[in-house]
Design a binder for this molecule. Structure first.
Ligand SMILES: [Zn+2]
Length: 398
């Protein structure tokens, strides 16, 4: 039952000469017959300030033949097509009027998905409520981590845990805009916390000054999160496997991303839904003859290039992570990187799926029937890996 229907102002209404109304645009475009202009007049009155009987009172002065049932039918039909917002939800929402104003653009965006949301008895405001009540952990407060933190603030996420041990350095400032020249030498997590006190004072940041150097540390830092963003990459391969195992154990989805010279990659693991990182390794072991050799050579002769992320390249990939995170927390649309690696060409802007793996029932980490021989395969693949953190000073390029 719609109490105070409003035609969603995201969409245009056009009245043409043949008394055909066109409503919406692009993928949401419909035409309908409106011989006497009554529907057009009704649409112009749908500003959310009137009940259906008030709309009827107003409309019948000019169109005496229009009944209350006619109006209800038109509104119902438009609602099913996703064009109607019931403004009375503003009063019942758990969002404060401050939050409704601050995140108005987000709510407008979510209203585009009202058809899908209605299926699960939700609406645009519910999506924003979900974001405001979510808890997100970001592992790493470097380029990705700090850009994703901005995304979280703009999305309205209030509970955020950030995990890092590093300090701000001059060369961070080409892409890590949370920090400024006066912050050089300070702990990144502390600067991020101070920044957010002014930018989004409702955000409660838990700053964890830790280096994830053991699977148990990964388990500790993600407790209670709705989503984890893996925005660090050291120690190579191991960190991803530790976070994967911790997230699978605690049933928390995680999104990871990385950037190379001319491309970025993102990937999402949703425990019990998609394959996990170990499923990916097993899948590749079974399907790529050179995979074992490839992993072993990258363990034996690790190559860690200097950071080459320009601000624009980094922001594009961080934005993709933010978009996947939004979809994951609100359910407005399907994710693109779930159980897949999305490759994003930073020069042509083309994306493609370069890794797509199933969830393996025998996976020792996430499978329902873990197989010990698979565990041995993984152990033999990674057993010799010595994880060493590449110290920036040692590399001499920071
Ligand atoms: Zn798995």
């Amino acid at each position: 039952m719609l109490h105070r229907p409003m035609f969603n102002p995201l969409y245009p209404i056009k009245q043409n000469d043949e008394n055909i109304l066109s409503i919406g645009q692009d993928s949401k475009l419909y035409e309908l017959e409106d011989k006497d202009g009554a529907i057009f007049t009704l649409l112009t009155m749908l500003d959310g300030s009137k009940t259906t009987s008030q709309l009827h009172d107003g409309l019948r002065k000019k169109f005496p033949h229009v009944t209350l049932e006619d109006i209800q039918q038109v509104i119902q039909a438009l609602n099913e097509l996703g064009f109607i917002i019931d403004l009375s939800i503003k009063e019942t929402s758990s969002l404060s009027s401050y939050e409704q104003e601050r995140f108005k653009a987000n709510i407008h965006f979510f209203s585009h998905f009202s058809e899908q949301l209605a299926i699960v008895n939700e609406h645009a405001m519910t999506s924003q409520e979900k974001l405001c009540s979510s808890t997100v952990t970001i592992i790493g407060m470097g380029g990705f981590g700090s850009s994703v933190l901005f995304n979280l603030a703009g999305l309205g996420i209030k509970k955020v845990r950030i995990v890092d041990f590093d300090t701000v350095s001059l060369s961070n400032l080409n892409r890590q805009f949370l920090f400024n020249e006066k912050d050089i030498g300070k702990k990144k997590i502390n600067v991020a916390q101070t920044f957010m006190q002014d930018f989004y004072s409702n955000m409660q940041i838990e700053a964890v000054d830790k280096q994830i150097n053991h699977p148990e540390v990964a388990e500790e830092v993600i407790v209670g999160s709705d989503v984890v963003v893996l925005a660090a990459d050291q120690p190579t391969i191991l960190l991803q496997r530790w976070v994967n195992s911790a997230c699978v154990n605690q049933g928390i989805p995680f999104i990871g991303g990385g950037i190379a010279i001319d491309h970025g990659q993102i990937s999402t693991v949703i425990p019990k839904q998609t394959g996990c990182v170990d499923c990916m390794h097993l899948h590749r072991l079974q399907n790529m003859s050179i995979y074992r050799q490839h992993i072993q050579s990258s363990i034996e002769t690790p190559f860690t290039p200097p950071n080459m992320a320009t601000p624009s390249n980094l922001m594009m990939v961080a934005g993709m992570i933010g978009s996947e995170l939004t979809k994951l927390l609100t359910g407005i649309a399907p994710l693109q990187s779930n159980g897949k690696v999305i490759y994003f060409n930073l020069l042509t802007f083309k994306t493609e799926i370069i890794g797509d793996w199933p969830r393996m029932i025998s996976c020792p980490t996430c499978g329902d029937q873990p197989d010990s021989s698979f565990k041995e395969q993984l152990q033999s693949l990674f057993t010799d890996q010595q994880y060493t953190f590449m110290k920036k000073e040692e590399l001499g390029w920071n």
